[in-house]
Design a protein around this ligand. Structure first.
Ligand code: HEM
Length: 249
């Protein structure tokens, strides 16, 4: 069935979409549009990533490792895109950002509910993370729901155990758990891709603000962000590697 009344503009609500960029600087700073669009585009991708992570959880719960692997391939591509689009802001030199930064008020990426929800779904639960989200009052519903769910690591390990294996078996008994092995590796790739976003973002922040300038969110800026790079969604997947390099008994 096809409705000839539906057009590109109406289906995608292009008019509505293009009304959403509202630079605040007066007179309008020529670089503020890019700054807004990169943030908005990132939030749109975060929305798709969260949607795909829901599908991933569904597939893991249904013990469908091949389906989960297909979802992870998409998630990893999307995280790569979000990381890459940050590089467009390398064209924003510090003195020009300083000309409109004041118009952002106290807004800061650290208030992004979707970013926190992605971290929570993926598995962050440490005290530093929980403090960060509670800093702004009660966590948004999206984040709260994510915190109440098992982490991706827990779901994956349950799936591995249900198939009669342990994590290390996926690597030791090469060939006997092919799909689970590929899924384990693609979860690790997700962690790497996410860390690349963090690293690219810290570099961008240092490039624009310098290493010691505080953020609009009240943090120590790049110094605070540096510390977030070492956070892990899948500590067990990292740990299992060491078992191949244990000194002989
Ligand atoms: C001119 C470019 C940018 C600058 C100078 C910048 C600066 C900062 C700073 C200083 C922080 C630390 C929190 C604070 O005190 O504000 C931060 C956090 C954050 N920013 Fe940006 N940012 C930029 C671009 C972006 C873009 C394009 C995104 C995409 C959505 C983004 C998302 C985030 C997120 C999610 C956090 C929280 C990270 C965490 O706590 O791990 N930022 N940003």
């Amino acid at each position: 069935m096809s409705d000839t009344q539906v057009t590109y503009g109406s289906y995608l609500d292009i008019d509505g979409l293009l009304r959403l960029q509202r630079p605040q600087s007066k007179p309008e700073h020529p670089d503020e549009l890019l700054f807004i669009v990169v943030h908005q585009a990132s939030e749109l991708w975060f929305k798709v990533i969260l949607h795909e992570l829901d599908r991933l959880i569904e597939r893991l719960r249904a013990t469908d490792a091949a389906g989960a692997l297909a979802v992870m391939k998409r998630v990893n591509t999307l995280v790569g895109i979000v990381a890459h689009e940050l590089t467009s802001l390398d064209t924003l030199p510090p003195h020009r950002f300083a000309q409109f930064r004041g118009y952002l008020g106290s807004s800061s990426g650290s208030q992004s509910a979707q970013f926190r929800a992605i971290e929570a779904v993926s598995g962050l639960r440490d005290a530093h993370f929980l403090n960060t989200i509670r800093e702004h009052g009660d966590p948004p519903a999206l984040v709260q729901r994510a915190l109440e769910r098992p982490t991706l690591q827990e779901l994956f390990i349950t799936l591995v155990e249900q198939s009669g294996a342990q994590l290390a078996d996926l690597y030791r008994a090469e060939g006997s758990h092919d799909v689970l092995f590929l899924l384990a590796e693609s979860l690790l790739e997700y962690e790497q891709a996410f860390a690349r976003w963090r690293f690219g973002h810290v570099q961008l922040v240092e490039r624009i603000l310098g290493p010691d300038t505080g953020g609009t969110g009240g943090t120590l800026g790049a110094r605070y962000l540096q510390r977030t790079i070492s956070q892990r969604f899948f500590p067990e997947l990292w740990k299992v590697r060491a078992s191949f390099f244990a000194p002989p008994a």
